[in-house]
Design a protein around this ligand. Structure first.
Ligand SMILES: Cc1ncc(COP(=O)(O)O)c(C=O)c1O
Length: 439
C-alpha cells in the first residue's frame, strides 16, 4: 500500500500512516491553547481590550471547531509540508535536490561534508562575509584562507582566489553578498581547473540569478537562509541546501545523523549509515531537521517573493538615480541582462579620496539623522577568534587590501526592506546632504 512505500522512502520519522494505535501517538501534538498562544504572539495586542479579545475568541472558536472535526495537525516535524516545500523549491530554482534544514549554516556543513573537507585541508572564502561561512572548516581544523574582494561588488575576487590556491586547497565558498551574484563563471572555471568543490553561501541569494541560473544552484552545493532578516522567512529560522549532484540523493540522511529508514537492519526498523562524500565515508553527527510550521510559512512566502524583490529593486534604482548627482557616491551594482540580484541589501560606497571624511564620518552623520545602516560585515580577520585559533591575522589583513579599504573607509549597507517611499526619500535627501557637507 502506498503509505508503506512513502514511509520507506522518506526520513519522516513520525509519519507511520493510518493505524488503530499509531506510533505518532507517543508524542504530544499541539492543542487549541498552544495554537492560540502562537497567534497571540504573532498578533500582539492587549488581551483585555474588548476588540482584541473578541477577535481572539473568534479564532479560538474556529480552532475548536476544526479540532472537533478531527481535521487537525498531528505531525509537526518533517511531514508532508516539508516535502511540498522541497518540491516547490526544486521547481522554483530548477535544481535536482533541495533539503529543508534549520539554517544556512547547517547547509554549509552538509555541503562541506559531502565535499570531503578534512582537518588540514584549505578552504577559500571571502574576507567580507558573516562568520557562519567559515565556521565548519574552523570547527574541524581545516584551514580557512580569506580571499580579497572585488572593490565594486565586495564579492570574492576570482583573481585573488587564484593567487591563494595551494596543493592543499579543497573548496571555495563564494558568498553572494547582499544578494548580488558573484562572478560564478570565473569561480567555476578555477574550481574545475584545480578539482575544487564549490559550496555557495547563498544566504542572501534566494531568487537571484547569474546568466539564467539560480544562485545556489551553480556550484556543487548551495545553501540559503530564511532567518527573519532575510527577504522571506520560515518563522524566524530556516535554511535550504541544494545540489544538482547525485550526493543530493543522500540529503535526507545528511539532515539527521545518517538515519536510513529505507534500509532497515535485520530485526530493527532502520539502519544508520556513514555517507559517501568526495574521497570517502563520513559520519553525519548533527540533527538539522526542520518543522512543518516553518515549511507552511515558507511555502506561503514563496508566492510573495517576486513582488518583494521587485519592490526592493525599485527602491535601489531610486537611490541610484538620486545619488547620480554626486560623483563621490559610487553606484550600487544593479541588474544587467546576465545579473539578477535579490536586493537583500543596498551596497553604499563612498569615494572617500574626493571627500574630507570617509565612511566612518558619514555613518556618524546618518546616526544623527536616524538613518540606520547595517554595520554587519567586517572582514573576518578582524574578529578575535581567528587570532585566538593561531591565524596570522596581520598577514591576512595585508593580503586583502580591498576588503580593508572598503571596511575602514568606503562601505556600509543601507536597508531596502519594506520602507515607505517617504522613508526612502528621507534617506536619499539626507545622504546627499550629508555627503555634500563632507566636500
Ligand atoms: C552571508 C551570510 N552567510 C550565512 C549566514 C547564516 O545564515 P543562517 O542564520 O541561516 O545560518 C548569514 C546570516 O545572516 C549571512 O549573512
Amino acid at each position: 500500500m502506498s503509505i508503506q512505500k512513502e514511509t520507506k522512502k522518506s526520513d519522516f520519522r513520525y509519519d507511520t500512516g493510518e493505524a488503530r494505535v499509531p506510533w505518532a501517538a507517543v508524542g504530544e501534538s499541539m492543542n487549541v491553547d498552544d495554537i492560540a498562544a502562537i497567534i497571540r504572539f504573532l498578533i500582539p495586542g492587549d488581551a483585555n481590550d474588548p476588540s482584541y479579545g473578541g477577535k481572539m475568541q473568534k479564532v479560538i472558536t474556529a480552532l475548536e471547531e476544526l479540532h472537533k472535526s478531527g481535521n487537525y495537525v498531528s505531525k509537526l516535524s518533517l511531514g508532508s509540508y516539508v516535502k511540498k516545500l522541497e518540491e516547490a523549491i526544486q521547481e522554483f530554482l530548477n535544481v535536482k535536490y533541495a533539503c529543508f534544514i534549520t539554517n544556512a549554516t547547517a547547509g554549509f556543513e552538509i555541503g562541506l561534508k559531502f565535499a570531503g573537507i578534512k582537518p588540514g585541508d584549505e578552504v577559500i572564502a571571502p574576507a567580507i562575509t558573516f562568520l557562519s561561512t567559515i565556521n565548519y572548516p574552523l570547527l574541524i581544523g581545516a584551514k580557512v584562507v580569506l580571499a580579497d574582494v572585488d572593490p565594486v561588488t565586495l564579492n570574492i575576487s576570482p583573481e585573488d582566489i587564484r593567487r591563494k590556491i595551494t596543493p592543499r586547497t579543497k573548496a571555495i565558498i563564494p558568498v553572494h553578498i547582499g544578494g548580488y551574484p558573484c562572478d560564478m563563471d570565473a569561480i567555476m572555471e578555477i574550481a574545475r581547473e584545480h578539482d575544487l568543490m564549490v559550496v555557495e553561501d547563498a544566504a542572501h541569494g534566494f531568487g537571484g540569478y547569474y546568466k539564467g541560473k539560480a544562485l545556489g544552484a551553480i556550484g556543487d552545493f548551495g545553501s540559503f537562509s530564511f532567518h527573519e532578516v532575510k527577504n522571506i522567512t520560515s518563522c524566524g529560522e530556516g535554511g535550504i541546501v541544494v545540489t544538482n549532484s547525485s550526493y543530493g540523493e543522500d540529503f535526507p540522511k545528511s539532515r539527521f545523523g545518517g538515519f536510513d529508514i529505507a534500509h532497515p537492519i535485520d530485526k530493527w526498523l532502520y539502519d544508520v549509515v556513514a555517507l559517501e562524500g568526495k574521497g570517502g565515508r563520513y559520519t553525519v553527527g548533527g540533527n538539522h531537521s526542520s518543522t512543518e510550521i516553518q515549511a507552511v510559512s515558507l511555502l506561503n512566502q514563496l508566492k510573495r517573493l517576486p513582488g518583494i524583490i521587485e519592490e526592493r529593486k525599485r527602491h535601489a534604482e531610486y537611490l541610484n538615480s538620486r545619488f547620480s548627482v554626486l560623483e563621490e557616491i559610487l553606484p550600487c551594482p544593479l541588474d544587467t541582462e546576465d545579473i539578477k540580484s535579490t536586493y537583500h541589501l543596498y551596497l553604499f560606497q563612498l569615494d572617500h579620496t574626493k571627500l574630507k571624511g570617509d565612511i566612518q564620518d558619514f555613518k556618524k552623520k546618518m546616526d544623527e539623522r536616524g538613518i540606520v545602516q547595517i554595520p554587519h560585515f567586517a572582514p573576518l580577520y578582524r574578529f578575535s577568534y581567528l587570532k585566538q585559533l593561531g591565524y596570522d591575522t596581520a598577514a591576512m589583513q595585508k593580503s586583502c587590501p580591498n576588503a580593508e579599504e572598503a571596511f575602514l573607509h568606503k562601505f556600509t549597507h543601507l536597508p531596502l526592506y519594506p520602507l515607505t517611499d517617504g522613508q526612502v526619500e528621507y534617506m536619499a535627501d539626507n545622504i546627499i546632504e550629508g555627503v555634500k557637507e563632507m566636500k
